[in-house]
Write a protein that binds this ligand. Sequence first.
Ligand code: SF4
Length: 468
Amino acid sequence: MSESETLVTKNTRSFNLRVFGCQMNVYDGELISASFMKRGWEPSSDPATADVVLFHTCSVREQAEERVHGLLGELRRRKKANHNVVIGVIGCMADREGRELFDREPHVDIVCGSRHFPELPDMVERVLGGEERICELGESPNPVDEPERNLAGFPGGYQAHVAVMRGCDLNCTYCIVPSVRGRVESRPAAEIVQEVARLVEHGVTEVHLLGQTIDSYGRDLPKEDRPDLALLLDELESIERLKRIRLVTLHPSYVDQRLADAMARSSKFMRLLPVPMQSGSDEVLKNMKRGYNSALYRQRIGLLRDAMPDLELVSDWIVGFPGESDQDFDDTLEALEEHGFLQSYVFQYSPRPGTVAFEIEDDVPKKVKANRNHRMLDLQRQIARQRTPQLVGQVDSIMLESRPERSPGKWLGRTRNGHYALIDEQADLAAGREIPVNLVAYNGRELVAELRGDLEEVANYQRQEFHV
Ligand code: SF4
């Protein structure tokens, strides 16, 4: 019996889903898997044998798209040998390339935009029913998020992602997101709280709340019942076994006193906050249309740090944006130093078709971009090596994450404000547990922690907390 005949007769059909890009894509991948599993499909890790092969894609950089084109190329021969295999491209690349994707990849059956993925199982049935080249883009009549999430696609573990909103209302000139993911759509607060509570019942202790500009959450919802991020943090406080809340990602222009106060009073909010600055130069920020300058950024960060002096910050940076002079770059180095970020993600500017900046000459040479990239990372490392040892001597709690191979007999965890700490392995410790510690030393890379209180005390504390 040939491969093409087996699909028709097999009891269970399988799908293989590769997810690229941001945490929102990871979350969407879990929703997509759940939608197929609800229909009796089996997840498969092997694109060479799965009946359906799907790529959930990212368009932020050209490289990310070319990687998917490479993988699609590898499927060309399989499709030739078995026409029944269904191949689909989902998400930002589908939104950006649209129908043109069929010209470049004629063996692709489905091009599905970011707001249409709940319809994917139906699209696959349509292809199996003989329809060709299905392309669904733009706005969709159906919301992406169901009132009650199907957790079948949740991979388990102590960490989970939860989208609180989708899309973005801003228009940074280098960014493709608004054109591919659309305008902001916030989810009702009750749905988010319920989803987090259900995930906690499945063993989750740390939740990452996702939104492109998460601090603008709720602004698109009806005035009379308009929630915001401050309210959401307060509501989540009641979920006892939830230990940590991480927020991904803030925009400085939406930061206000109300939000800073809510973060400060939350016993669960992890004080490691991504507030991308992108550049320290007012000229470059203006050309990026980021909607703030360095003075406003400073004022908003000051507000957050006044409320939480131990707050640590994370930033994204773009080096080599068109027109970025040596002085502009020096301003960026100064901003990195001034705000003392604990972590930075540095990207060399990459012109993206469909963005406003794509029309501006990409005039900063590759070599200069690479050099600025290195200098940013060097400075960032220096800053982190100065900040972390300052916690030695403090009492804190760490969320256990993993047992690193490089440190046998140890657990690696993170303090409440995101610094890494190592602790000796002992009974009753597990990933996702938050334990009280003394931070006793710094080993040049991370903190060294010791259990605060004896093991029995901690075990009782955990039994109480985690019903184990
Ligand atoms: S805030 Fe700017 S960079 Fe972020 S998603 Fe929106 S448009 Fe893109």
